[in-house]
Design a protein around this ligand. Structure first.
Ligand SMILES: Nc1ncnc2c1ncn2[C@@H]1O[C@H](COP(=O)(O)OP(=O)(O)OP(=O)(O)O)[C@@H](O)[C@H]1O
Ligand SMILES: [Mg+2]
Ligand SMILES: [Zn+2]
Length: 282
């Protein structure tokens, strides 16, 4: 898998050892983007891919909590390079490691952008197949400039089934397209609920809207993740791995399918991209 937008002019850029940079975005906040980003990263890692994660949500970093790495410290080497903390063999960089959890980051957009670039350019990511970037929600200034300043292979859009969330997800998708970033697919999170007592399946927010929207917009659909208590609890406890090892079969199956479909898309993209398009990296 090669990053079609990797920058050939800067051979000493640590990002040159990163084959694919995949942004996870959403139209709305709180749809489970960070959770899905972390699950995708761990899922890819479990399939043998070398994976890193960058939390580009400077104002609301949640990867330290979700991955159970709160309080971890990146190591800054003499050469100025930053070695990100590691969990499950995945290097993770987040603003959350630099600012106490109850303190707000009060920078303006350009500062946030500068920090993300620092993490990217000075992060010792090593040889990676995929760097998963958790973007801030929405299509405002910050996700937009971040999406532009990171040389992306493609973007994955996470949404929930409600109409309002879907409408915003479609906007996010259009934003990526306008920036020349390929949509790698859409994921419907909190898509259905299976009652742990009787096994009854409920569609609390509706169901299938993202798949229909993906079809209409000619974007791959990567799967539906159930609304599930274990996912929420594991998120709060930083027990990411348990979603794969101890969750109900319906959850595990949904996660595995999502990861497999993303891998399919990455392989497809590599096959079809012999002459990579040049991205506008500021
Ligand atoms: N499929 C799911 N089932 C149950 N809970 C979930 C699911 N997905 C996410 N959650 C929970 O929903 C909450 C929000 O998730 P998360 O922080 O990943 O959303 P987000 O889209 O990244 O939010 P933000 O816009 O603030 O960045 C968390 O408590 C998380 O554990
Ligand atoms: Mg988030
Ligand atoms: Zn029931």
């Amino acid at each position: 898998m090669d990053n079609p937008s990797s920058n050939a002019e800067s051979p000493n850029n640590p990002l040159d050892t990163v084959k694919n940079i995949i942004a996870i975005g959403s139209g709305k906040g709180g749809v489970g983007k960070s959770t899905v980003a972390a699950l995708l990263a761990l899922g890819l890692h479990r399939k043998g891919y070398k994976v890193g994660m960058l939390d580009a949500d400077v104002y609301g970093p949640s990867l330290p909590k979700i991955t159970g790495t709160e309080g971890a410290q990146p190591i800054v080497g003499e050469d100025g390079f930053i070695i990100p903390p590691e969990k499950h063999g995945i290097r993770i960089m987040s603003m959350g490691y630099l600012v106490p959890p109850d303190q707000a980051v009060i920078w303006r957009g350009p500062m946030a952008q500068k920090y993300v670039k620092e993490f990217l350019e000075r992060g010792q990511w090593g040889e990676l197949d995929c760097l998963i970037v958790d973007l801030p929600p929405g299509t405002g200034d910050i996700p937009l400039t971040l999406a532009q300043s990171v040389p992306l292979t493609g973007a994955v859009i996470v949404c929930t089934p409600q109409d309002v969330a879907l409408a915003d997800a479609v906007k996010a998708l259009q934003m990526f397209r306008k920036l020349g970033v390929d949509p790698l697919g859409m994921i419907e999170n909190m898509s259905f609920y299976i009652c742990p007592k009787c096994g009854n399946r409920d569609e609390i927010f509706g169901h299938g809207g993202a798949e229909a929207a993906a079809k209409r917009l000619e974007v791959p659909f990567l799967g539906s993740i159930p609304l599930n208590v274990a996912i929420r609890k594991n998120g709060d406890a930083g027990a990411l791995l348990e979603n794969f090892t101890q969750a109900e079969p319906a959850v595990v199956q949904a996660l595995e399918q999502m990861v497999d479909r993303l891998i399919e898309q990455l392989e497809e993209k590599q096959k079809n991209a012999p002459s990579p398009p040049k991205l506008n990296v500021d």
